[in-house]
Design a protein around this ligand. Structure first.
Ligand code: BYC
Length: 321
């Protein structure tokens, strides 16, 4: 984590005015004054979110050619295409903070920037496509519905649109799961096995527990985050347990029990050692994912060169006219 920037005496009045605007529920826009640390935190979080969307295309893209029907293939293609759109949309939002997209991509490829841990797990069966839509997009909705109220205007507005599409993704995933749950014993077994593999990694998507989350305090203070990692994780669990029961699927946690006093589903211990391994670059598919992104980047070099040459020509034509 970067160290907080020192605020000089001259800046303290600006910071106070900035924080008063946030406290009043105002939206911070690109041309507004903001503390350098706020800008850097947003660039970190938004760019990692954009990277997650782009890397998140890979595990599902892997199943497009193997979707079991034309209808399933069409909706999976549409979902993966939406994810590309979300990534580009959030990269554009990040650029409003004055950072160059090439720099962001370089940070992803050389390992300086993270992307969501969940995409470092392999997709081994068709049921994974259902479970990813149900759990992963479900978790994303819980997280992003709150981010739609974030203090930075371009990010909050991006989340409003993205959440609408995530809802479609979640429904298509849950529908795949419900269909498999009503299918043959082999289909039910395939579904349960996918649920068993994805449940715990999906809970890890919300980040480390609050006591271990170095960025939370600052992000909450500036209302980028409006709820803590643990609050959102609990909300996701509370929503998902009844959905699992509705289709007769068991969540792989013997400690899951409803607490009628708190109205929460209590759950077992998350394997944080596994989480830190995965975000440290040592998950099951980290190297494969980055290699795929590096290859796409290298294969796209000619497009970037052509676009740069075309922009240069247009500039010269305008100057000559
Ligand atoms: N995976 O202080 P903390 C999607 C890192 S895309 C990897 O709590 P923060 C979808 C964290 O970055 C889903 N790294 O951090 C796409 C930090 O490291 P650095 C992506 C994680 O920022 C396609 C360190 O751990 N969603 O839904 O306060 C198909 C300490 O954590 C993770 C977003 O990105 C993780 N799970 O809170 C389907 C949403 N968790 O940067 C679906 C926007 C933590 O200091 N982001 N880390 O080196 C957020 O809401 C927050 O950034 C997080 C983390 C809750 C993820």
């Amino acid at each position: 984590m970067e160290q907080p920037t020192t605020v000089t005496a001259d800046e303290s009045a600006l910071v106070a005015a900035f924080e008063a605007r946030i406290a009043a529920g105002e939206s911070i826009e690109p041309k507004d004054w903001m503390p350098e640390r706020y800008r850097r935190q947003l660039i970190r979080m938004m760019s990692q979110h954009a990277h997650s969307e782009i890397v998140g295309m890979l595990p599902e893209g892997n199943w497009i050619t193997r979707a079991p029907s034309l209808r399933r293939k069409m909706s999976l293609i549409a979902k993966v295409q939406d994810e590309a759109g979300h990534g580009l949309y959030i990269y554009c939002g990040t650029e409003t903070l004055g950072v160059d997209r090439h720099e962001l991509v370089a940070q992803l490829l050389d390992g300086r920037a993270k992307y969501s841990s969940i995409f470092n797990y392999p997709t081994l069966s068709w049921a994974d496509m259902g479970v990813i839509g149900w759990f992963v997009d479900g978790a994303a909705i819980v997280n992003q519905t709150i981010l739609a109220k974030a203090s930075y205007g371009p990010y909050a507005r991006a989340m409003v649109r993205i959440c609408k599409e995530e809802n479609f993704h979640k429904r298509q995933g849950y529908e795949i799961c419900a269909t498999l749950a009503n299918g043959t014993p082999a289909q039910r077994e395939m579904l349960q096995e996918a649920v068993n593999r994805f449940w715990w990694p999906s809970l890890m998507m919300f980040g480390p527990s609050d006591t271990d989350s170095p960025n939370s305090a600052e992000l909450l203070k500036w209302r980028v985050k409006r709820k803590t990692n643990d609050e959102l994780r609990q909300r996701f669990i509370n929503l998902t347990v009844p959905q699992a029961a509705a289709i007769g699927v068991t969540l792989p946690d013997p400690d899951l029990r409803f607490n009628a006093e708190t109205n929460n589903w209590e759950f077992g211990e998350i394997d944080w050692a596994e989480f830190f391994q995965v975000i440290g670059g040592n998950g099951p598919c980290n190297k494969e994912r980055i290699a795929a992104r590096q290859k796409a980047h290298d294969d796209g070099a000619w497009v970037r060169e052509a676009a740069t040459a075309h922009a240069g020509k247009q500039r010269r034509d305008v100057q000559a006219a």
